[in-house]
Design a protein around this ligand. Structure first.
Ligand code: DC
Length: 700
């Protein structure tokens, strides 16, 4: 992991666009766990591929569940309830409290022992809350240090279903008990003092389990308006009938409402903005933030409501709004516990005081989040006061003085994202000390925000960073980075550097087309009429694809302008493209990791690439670069010719019928007109890191 990468956000003009955000983490964990308990094959779409969820996948795999990613879909071959096998290793849950507590429930009934462990911070977190009910069921739990990881759970034949009243509302504890009850005959009941996230119950039902929920409403109920407010006070009794036969059904994971909160609040506070986030989970136990923002006067609309895998989803549109301060009741905290950092940012731009109550839980999150928010706001010049379990923010949209500010995130991803959002509407830039953790919940956050118009820049802080080596996370056995763009956009230089840093093979696909162009030139035809000799060119391409060795490609001396033009001409011939397509794909398939650059890599050659870039620059900037480069090699070069040459190639590459130059829909665009190659590299490197598909190892 890099020591730290800083990022700075600055006042942005209006944000616009329609986006989707990564899948919901809670639903992602459950999708893997519960599909593993179904009989048959499940396809999971939109799984959040953050570290936490990947640990859950690895743990299930260690117990015999077939889990594999194909293209963008995760395929789970379920083993049925009771079908897990003993793992040969300790299950490492990384930093994931949800993963650890839920998996402990899932495996607790088995007669073989299973040992759970986690990283240093998870080892500090209390597990007593789940140990107590599991022991009541008859599970034997041994832990080295007073109820903390590493610990071993072991069930057996004599387990009994229990009726367990949660001492404190906790979805993790509830889910742990229900998941244990899944593999114990009889009815397991959990009584919760107030409703907590019910994703486990919903997905269990979706897969065919019998889950009965009896509700005792003690306070105010639901309203009928656009979004149901959170139930104010009621207790629930949830009963699961054990050992059901779960049927595999495909699961589409909805977007995480906690992630959607960041672009949405950004749109609310940046004047002139309007954005839509599609496919967001709107389970009423998760949308306390939206209820709160609407009460504050936010212009937020929900459309296209529908159900996905037992969960309600909608598209959410947010427009810049005049917000006012309110009091957020303590009862609402469970439904928005992760959202207080970003709510506090919204509150900073609201007229008047916002008082947030019932926040004790925030002191035991990944960091002391409550202090981190209050301290950060103060640094930015916002009046904020954290109490024992409350936060008061005095907002003032008109006279707020935000200083250029440097925020300590304490490695808390939500603090990092929240303050970057604040910077988008503040008078002065806001720098956060580390954004590496953002990938745990929101891979691609910065690029997505930039796509909406946000101004966010990166800076690497640690000098040794560049020596680090990225390697694929265990779940990705191979990876592909696709880089497309017009001639002389600078893509080759950065592609080579990225491949070097990743320890991957680099394939300059333009070189292969150049090789075909040269061959055609040598066969004495007038290259300007190559279209008339399509079959000959295609034959050359086939021959080249059979004889050319990948290691040789990079050493071919084919850089001159006439060869570039010849390549552009032959590359418009469909037969040439077809021959070289197979060649390029064979190269990719034979390597563990590859970085390819060209014109159609993201769109045709590798449409499933892990990360795609589209690197471009103005025609003049590219012509200047190419001119300077040629000038250093030969005297007789005329700028006007270079410009005209590029213009002609651009036009042909973009308008040809076969695989024209175009940005893949999901490519990250980078305009290099005003950037040097270091800056381009840094941007791309940050995207690669932020994509969540790699972990960083090695280096200092
Ligand atoms: O990247 P380059 O300048 O070396 O490419 C030379 C020509 O080859 C370019 O003008 C179009 C063609 N080409 C292509 O059509 N598809 C690719 N993937 C790469 C290059």
């Amino acid at each position: 992991m890099p020591k730290s990468t800083q990022a700075t956000s600055s006042r942005s003009t209006s944000l616009h666009g329609t986006i989707t955000v990564p899948g919901d983490k809670s639903v992602s964990h459950r999708a893997l766990m519960l599909s593993s308990q179904a009989i048959g094959r499940t396809e999971i779409y939109g799984l959040l591929e953050g570290e936490d969820v990947l640990h859950t996948a690895a743990a299930l795999r260690a117990m015999g569940v077939g889990i594999e990613k194909r293209d963008k879909v995760w395929i789970v071959d379920g083993v049925g309830v009771g079908g897990l096998s003993a793992p040969s290793e300790v299950l490492d849950m990384g930093n994931s409290g949800t993963g650890a507590r839920l998996m402990m429930g899932l495996v607790a009934p088995y007669e073989f022992p299973v040992t759970f462990d986690g990283d240093a911070s998870l080892r500090k977190r209390p597990m007593g809350r789940v140990i107590i009910p599991l022991e009541k069921m008859g599970v034997v739990i041994t832990s080295a240090e007073g109820g903390k990881l590493p610990l071993t759970v072991q069930g057996g034949d004599n387990l009994v279903p229990i009726c367990y009243e949660l001492p404190v509302a906790s979805a993790q504890v509830k889910s742990c008990v229900l998941l244990a009850g899944l593999n114990i005959p009889g009815k397991t009941t959990v009584i919760e003092p107030e409703p907590t996230r019910d994703h486990t119950e919903r997905m269990l039902r979706y897969l065919g389990a019998e889950v009965v929920v009896e509700e005792q409403v003690l306070g105010t109920g639901f309203s009928e308006d656009a979004l149901q407010p959170v139930r104010e006070s009621c207790s629930l009794q949830i009963t699961l009938t054990g050992q059901p036969e779960l049927r595999a059904r495909n699961i589409e994971v909805p977007g995480d409402p906690s992630s959607a909160a960041f672009p949405i609040v950004a749109a609310l506070i940046v004047p002139g903005s309007e954005i839509t986030v599609r496919n967001v989970l709107i389970n009423s136990l998760r949308t306390g933030l939206y209820t709160t923002l609407i009460e504050m006067g936010a212009d937020i609309a929900f459309s296209n409501r529908r159900e996905l895998a037992g969960e309600e989803v909608a598209d959410i549109t947010a427009r810049h709004s005049k917000l006012k301060g309110i009091t957020v009741p303590a009862e609402r905290a469970p439904s928005m516990i992760d959202e207080y950092p970003i709510l506090a940012v919204a509150a900073s731009f609201a007229e008047g005081t916002t008082t947030m109550l019932g926040l004790k839980e925030l002191r035991v999150k990944e960091s002391d989040r409550l202090s981190a928010i209050a301290d950060g706001l103060k640094v930015c010049g916002v009046k904020a006061e954290a109490g024992e379990d409350s936060l008061v923010v005095d907002g003032n949209p008109s006279s707020i003085i935000h200083h250029p500010s440097s925020i300590r995130t304490h490695l808390d991803h939500r603090i990092a994202m929240s303050f970057l959002v604040l910077g988008l509407a503040a008078e002065n830039p806001v720098t956060v000390d580390d954004i590496a953790m953002i990938a745990t919940s929101f891979p691609g956050f910065v690029d997505l925000m930039r796509g909406l118009g946000a101004v966010i820049r990166f800076q690497e802080k640690v000098s040794g960073f560049k020596k680090n080596v990225l390697k694929p996370v265990p779940e990705t056995s191979s990876f592909i980075i696709a880089i497309d763009g017009p001639a002389a956009s600078g893509k080759g230089t950065v592609a080579r550097r990225i491949a070097e840093r990743l320890g991957a093979v680099y394939l300059d696909t333009g070189k292969i087309y150049r090789a075909v162009g040269v061959k055609l030139m040598q066969s004495s035809y007038d290259i300007g009429e190559a279209e008339d000799h399509a079959s000959l060119a295609a034959r050359h391409a086939i021959e080249i694809s059979k004889t050319l060795k990948i290691d040789e490609i990079q050493h071919l001396e084919l850089d001159n302008e006439s060869v570039g033009m010849a390549a552009s001409i032959v590359s418009a011939i469909p037969g040439v493209r077809a021959a070289l397509l197979d060649f390029q794909r064979a190269v990719v398939a034979s390597k563990q990791g590859a970085v390819l650059d060209g014109r159609d890599i993201g769109s045709v050659v590798c449409p499933d690439a892990d990360v795609k870039f589209y690197i471009t620059a103005s025609l003049e900037a590219r012509a200047k670069r190419r001119f300077n480069q040629l000038k250093s090699q030969t005297e007789s070069v005329i700028y006007g010719d270079v410009l005209q040459n590029l213009r002609e190639r651009d036009a042909r590459d973009k308008t040809r019928k076969a695989a024209p130059l175009q940005a893949a829909e999901d490519a990250i665009r980078i305009d290099t007109t005003d950037l040097n190659m270091d800056e381009v590299f840094d941007k791309m490197w940050n995207v690669i890191q932020g994509s969540g598909r790699w972990s960083v190892v090695g280096g200092q």
